[in-house]
Design a protein around this ligand. Structure first.
Ligand SMILES: *[C@@H]1O[C@H](CO)[C@@H](O)[C@H](O)[C@H]1NC(C)=O
Ligand SMILES: *[C@@H]1O[C@H](CO)[C@@H](O)[C@H](O)[C@H]1NC(C)=O
Length: 454
């Protein structure tokens, strides 16, 4: 009898226990009305098994889950939002999310995932946002995203991708924005973005692309915004960009030294072009874009002489707003490109230049140094130093020794076409901020050790 009673008590307990505990696991806080559960920062190594089945939003950030096994969320099939940020996740096994057919948002940012397997995201047939940024992803296996037919946003920024293979994003039939910024991409296969028929925005900034991936980009017929800034490209040749619907193109903070006037000849709808912080000294009128509204040339060492006149006239005729300022010659430096008069864009004869230089020299000897404006307060003879853009140039001035005394903040030092022949040790004292140094065509045949010290 006693035994039976005890057995009944146990039975009742056993039946009521899961339901009782299911209300809210001890380490979590739950909102029964909103059907949300948060178990944040508890060093959990597994998903608490007693979370109520009807939960819609589950926040597990800052735990220690490490490996997500197949069916990890089988007990909560109604989830719409799942936050797994900073959970020390190393691996997502195939089928980990297979039961989450209602999930709309999945956040896996700030983990240590390195490979996306073929079936990592199987079953997420309603998913709209997938955050995989700040992981260590270096490989996307074919078919990783094939089941994400509703996805709008895929964030893969701050990973370690070097290469995107053909068809990597196959299956993303509703993708709008693909974010690949802050990886180490130096190569994109020609069909890397094949099948992304709905993509309207692509972020590829802060990568290692040395050339514009023309063939790959041409597949993206619907893309309107493309961010390629902060890639080490030096040149954009004819027909580099061929994108029928592109309106915004960001090519700022690259190393562009030249841009063909035909580079954008197949971008008819372009309205905003950002070329700021490159190394362009001049630019020709761009053929192709018929609706260009603004052209940003801020932070380029634009030399406002006769070679800039066609651009200026073209911009005026087409209503293109030019942003940025002249870096030289000295009498025009800091003059906004938008206001400089085409008539002032002149190339002077050598004789005129010599007289000017002579006058400038006698100017500076006759007036106290304080009378000189902010520009050129410190700059070697026969050089132009632009304090604001941090560029200094002594191109083609017949120098036989590397000039000294550049402004301490100089970042671009252009010494092309001089006659140095030989560079002794410590040729660049006080130039520790220089990131780009141009010594081409300087007839150098010997470089002493320590020439570039500092
Ligand atoms: C978290 O859990 C791991 C193992 O489960 C343990 O080694 C570690 O000390 C725990 N950290 C904290 C802060 O409790
Ligand atoms: C032009 O470029 C500069 C520097 O990158 C930036 O600060 C500015 O906002 C840009 N202007 C426009 C209108 O895009």
């Amino acid at each position: 009898m006693r035994f039976l009673a005890a057995a009944i008590v146990l039975l009742v307990l056993a039946q009521s226990l899961p339901a009782e505990a299911g209300k809210c696991p001890k380490v979590c806080s739950c909102d029964g009305a909103k059907l949300t559960v948060a178990c944040v920062g508890k060093n959990l190594t597994m998903v608490p098994p007693t979370i109520e089945e009807i939960t819609l939003k589950l926040d597990l950030k800052n735990n220690n889950l490490q490996v997500l096994l197949r069916g990890a969320f089988v007990l909560t099939p109604y989830l719409t939002h799942l936050n797994l940020q900073r959970c020390n996740i190393i691996r997502v096994k195939e089928g980990a999310f297979r039961t989450l057919g209602r999930l709309v948002s999945l956040n896996l940012a700030f983990n240590q995932i390195d490979i996306l397997y073929q079936e990592s995201f199987d079953g997420l047939s309603s998913l709209k946002e997938l955050h995989l940024d700040h992981n260590r992803i270096e490989e996307i296996q074919p078919g990783a995203f094939t089941q994400l037919g509703f996805l709008n946003l895929l964030a893969l920024t701050h990973n370690q991708l070097v290469y995107i293979p053909n068809m990597a994003f196959q299956g993303l039939l509703n993708i709008k924005w693909l974010r690949l910024s802050h990886n180490s991409l130096n190569n994109l296969a020609p069909e890397a973005f094949a099948g992304l028929f709905t993509l309207s925005r692509l972020s590829l900034d802060n990568n290692e692309l040395q050339f514009f991936p023309t063939q790959t980009m041409t597949r993206l017929g619907e893309v309107k915004r493309l961010d390629m800034s902060h890639n080490p490209m030096t040149y954009l040749g004819e027909e580099s960009v061929s994108m029928a619907k592109l309106t915004h193109l960001y090519l700022n903070h690259m190393s562009l030294q030249d841009l063909s006037d035909q580079a954008l000849s197949h971008v008819p709808l372009l309205s905003h072009l950002d070329l700021s912080h490159n190394q362009l000294r001049n630019l020709e009128p761009l053929s192709g874009p018929k609706k260009l509204g603004s052209l940003n040339l801020t932070g380029n060492p634009i030399y406002c002489n006769c070679y800039m006149r066609p651009l200026k006239q073209w911009a005026r005729a087409g209503g293109v707003k030019l942003l940025g300022a002249c870096a030289g010659p000295p009498h025009l430096s800091d003059e906004p490109l938008q206001t400089v008069a085409p008539l002032n864009l002149r190339c002077r004869s050598r004789a005129e230049r010599l007289t000017d230089e002579f006058e400038e020299e006698s100017d500076s000897t006759s007036s106290p140094p304080t009378a000189k404006p902010k520009q050129n307060s410190k700059c070697p003879a026969n050089c132009d130093c632009d304090i604001e853009s941090q560029h200094a140039t002594c191109e083609g001035q017949g120098h036989t020794k590397v000039p000294r005394g550049f402004p301490a903040k100089t970042q671009l030092l252009d010494l092309r076409s001089n006659h140095f022949h030989y560079l002794p040790a410590n040729s660049f004292p006080g130039s520790s901020q220089v990131v780009s140094l141009h010594l081409d065509l300087c007839k150098i045949h010997e470089i002493e050790s320590g020439a570039f010290r500092g």
